[in-house]
Design a protein around this ligand. Structure first.
Ligand code: FAD
Length: 468
């Protein structure tokens, strides 16, 4: 192994190679601290050519590679195993924006570019890069593409897969595929780039991407709406889409229990209404035209819904500060849960029309099998994605409760399957759901995935033990 490490050092220099356990620690555990690995080394190349040489060296030595970006993933996909034999290939030093083409509405960035920096570069050119996640200050575009990240604006702009036009990829052989095309039309055979999107680093290393940009919104209307139940949320979604069309940018649902957790664990947030309601929707409309048109539209949609008693109350933000305060109520939910103690998380996708029935039947099934459980239900309901998390009954220690994970997963995931949903909407499979997916994907689909993996990575060196 020392020959391999020497060869890698000669490629990346001392700044690009970490072998000391203490220094490697931040790269060897995942964000939720669920998995801890022991790597052979952490390698941080600075150019695509260096990535290619490192991958070729590992391929020749048959040493496994774990690609890594910002290490914010939620399913252990960027964590090496405990064997001490895998190389973590961290792309963070490859963080340049190579080009912004305002006429083509594209940005070309290296894989290690932090999402927030990419958004900023687009904004400086008067454009919007719409991918937006609570982890955007740390996650990197290579990781976003490899997980096909979603976030809060999927309803309008799609997920990472919809935002990519071209990729540069180092294949498991060490060859560089230059697919950095900025074309919206290109029907010259299979769409190879899409194979690497959502592949969680199992097919190759993304080193750069051409991404779509959009006009920068110049007005926004943000509102929190109080509702009786998820059915009313769907009714409001339908109405807002009919009247607001593509101006509807975000539509997030959360229960009162979620709000109570945020209010309990964060001091600088306030409840949106004087009294509490069973459910809330945070909705945002945006437009490239400045002015009050959007606020008037939001007022007319919500005013009519209120009059017809379809919603219980509504507050439209009167300033950017208030809009940001509304968003905090939604964005802080994940962290508030973490402060409350461990719970059993599910990132599921359901056809939008079936969400209320899914919640009703699955809540009932869980309450029957595990009396007293408290549901932390929230998510990007405008695109069918629910974070459907199960907390311990009052008085039961969260640490003891998580021992029920397998039984609770069975109930939730079987229910998702009955509604023809997905057990991973946006976080991926990684090592967390690698076994679980076998129950829900057909053997034909799994076999096709294995065949694709076999063609691109015949020696199985690219992120083994993840996804498949
Ligand atoms: C507070 C918080 C909120 C979040 N909110 C959301 C959300 O709303 N929506 C959402 O989708 N996710 C969310 N996430 C999850 C996470 O931020 C995303 O999955 C993100 O896309 C991961 O990017 P990363 O750079 O951190 O990737 P990593 O965690 O480093 O890696 C993720 C996967 O991608 C692979 N990978 C990384 N870089 C490359 C590369 N260059 N080439 C090939 N493979 C690579 C890794 O091997 C691994 O399989 C959240 C996470 C946190 C902590």
């Amino acid at each position: 192994m020392s020959a391999l490490l020497e060869r890698i050092r000669s490629v990346v220099g001392p700044a690009g190679l970490i072998t000391a356990a203490g220094e490697a620690a931040p790269y060897t555990t995942d964000w939720r601290k669920r998995y801890v690995g022991v790597p052979l080394a952490v390698v941080k190349p600075a150019t695509t050519a260096e990535v290619a040489q490192v991958v070729r060296a590992c391929a020749e030595a048959r040493v496994a590679i774990v690609p890594q970006g910002g290490n914010t993933g939620l399913c252990g996909a960027a964590t090496p195993d405990a064997s001490g034999s895998q190389v973590v290939l961290n792309l963070s030093r490859m963080n340049r924006v190579r080009e912004v083409d305002a006429h083509n509405n594209t940005i070309t960035a290296e894989a290690g570019c932090v999402l927030a920096s990419l958004q900023k570069a687009a904004e400086e050119a008067g454009r919007l890069f719409p991918l937006s996640l609570a982890s955007e200050g740390s996650c990197e575009i290579g990781g976003n593409l490899s997980t096909n990240a979603g976030g809060t604006a999927v309803l309008r702009y799609g997920n990472a897969r919809d935002l990519v036009l071209g990729l540069e990829v180092v294949l498991p052989s060490g060859d560089i595929w230059d697919g950095l095309r900025g074309l919206r039309k290109d029907n010259t055979g299979y769409d190879l780039k899409q194979l690497f999107v959502g592949a969680e680093g199992t097919l190759g290393v993304i080193t750069a991407a051409v991404l779509k940009l959009f006009p920068l919104p110049r007005s926004r209307a943000t509102a929190v709406v109080a509702l009786q139940d998820p059915e009313s949320a769907l009714e409001l979604l339908k109405r807002t889409l009919e009247e607001g069309g593509e101006r509807l940018t975000g539509f997030e649902l959360f229960s009162d229990f979620c709000l109570s957790l945020v209010l309990k664990h964060f001091k600088d947030v306030a409840a949106p209404f004087a009294r509490r309601f069973p459910h809330y929707v945070l909705m945002e409309l945006s437009d490239t035209r400045p002015g009050n048109e959007l606020a008037n539209l939001a007022e007319s949609i919500l005013g009519a819904a209120l009059e017809e008693k379809r919603i219980l109350d509504a507050a439209i933000a009167q300033s950017d500060t208030q809009a940001r305060a509304f968003w905090k109520l939604r964005e802080f939910i994940s962290e508030a849960q973490a402060h409350e103690g461990p719970n059993i998380k599910h990132d599921v996708s359901i056809p939008i029309s079936a969400i209320p029935e899914f919640i009703r039947t699955t809540d009932a099934e869980l309450a029957r099998a595990h009396p007293g459980v408290r549901m932390v239900t929230f998510g990007h309901v405008g695109d069918g994605n629910l974070h459907y998390n199960v907390s311990a009954p009052g008085g039961v220690a969260p640490d003891a409760f998580v021992k029920e994970t397998a039984a609770i997963n069975r109930i939730v995931h079987d229910s998702v399957s009955q509604f023809r949903g997905s057990i991973s909407a946006e976080h991926g499979l990684g090592q967390l759901k690698r076994e679980e997916i076998r129950r829900y994907k057909s053997s034909l689909e799994l076999e096709l995935m294995r065949k694709i993996k076999g063609v691109l990575d015949p020696n199985g060196i690219m992120n083994p033990g993840k996804v498949l």
